[in-house]
Design a protein around this ligand. Structure first.
Ligand SMILES: [Zn+2]
Length: 206
């Protein structure tokens, strides 16, 4: 954001698929705020404990301490009135209420930076990030690199069989794919195959 006068708050969204550098970009912005001696608070969902319990860690191992929250509303409980900049990572795990929470914080004059997936493993809009994008002052959409062909990648390809929308994981479970190489139905199809296998192995008694 360029010139902001007074204590006007606003919302920034950093979105894109996995492996596009969202956490890295979030950490970069928060570090710069800290260098500017602004009061910063950082939150991430308790659900995401892939790397470290109370830190945001990027795939390239940048890290910054974070408070764990179970819901968007818990951020409001934990916010210090003096905080000027709020960072929120993995927004897709914090539910629809995060939109209202972010709006409230911005209306209080705070800079709110939210990072998260904008689409799920089927390529569908992944709430609340799409809604946050509409209420935000600034949106940065990052792309990853397709592991198949090297083109810019906007999709998160799930490599394991599951139809759960939320399946936390990193190396080996997901990879970045471009529009052409994305196979949204692969994860669902292999989940069907597994179900079929289980049904054959354990036929239900009639
Ligand atoms: Zn590709």
């Amino acid at each position: 954001m360029d010139i902001v006068k007074g204590n006007m708050g606003w919302i920034e969204v950093v979105c894109g698929p996995m492996f596009s550098g969202k956490s890295e970009e979030l950490i970069r912005r928060l570090r710069r705020a800290e260098i500017a001696r602004q009061r910063v608070q950082i939150f991430k969902p308790a659900l995401d404990q892939r790397y470290a319990e109370s830190e945001i860690v990027s795939h390239s191992d940048l890290r910054i301490p974070a408070d764990l929250v179970a819901s968007g509303a818990e951020i409001l409980d934990k916010i210090d009135a003096r905080t000027e900049v709020i960072g929120i990572d993995e927004a897709q795990f914090l539910g629809a209420e995060l939109v209202e929470v972010a709006q409230k914080l911005a209306d209080m004059g705070k800079r709110v930076i939210v990072a998260g997936l904008d689409t799920d493993y089927l390529g569908r809009p992944f709430e609340p990030v799409p809604l946050l994008m509409t209420v935000a002052e600034e949106v940065t959409k990052l792309l990853a690199i397709c592991v198949r062909c090297g083109n810019p990648a906007k999709h998160t390809q799930r490599l394991v069989a599951s139809e759960e929308r939320i399946l936390v994981g990193a190396g080996g479970m997901y990879e970045a794919r471009c529009r052409r190489c994305f196979e949204p139905l692969a994860a669902a199809a292999s989940a069907d195959k597994d179900k079929e296998k289980n049904r054959k192995a354990n036929p239900s008694p009639r």
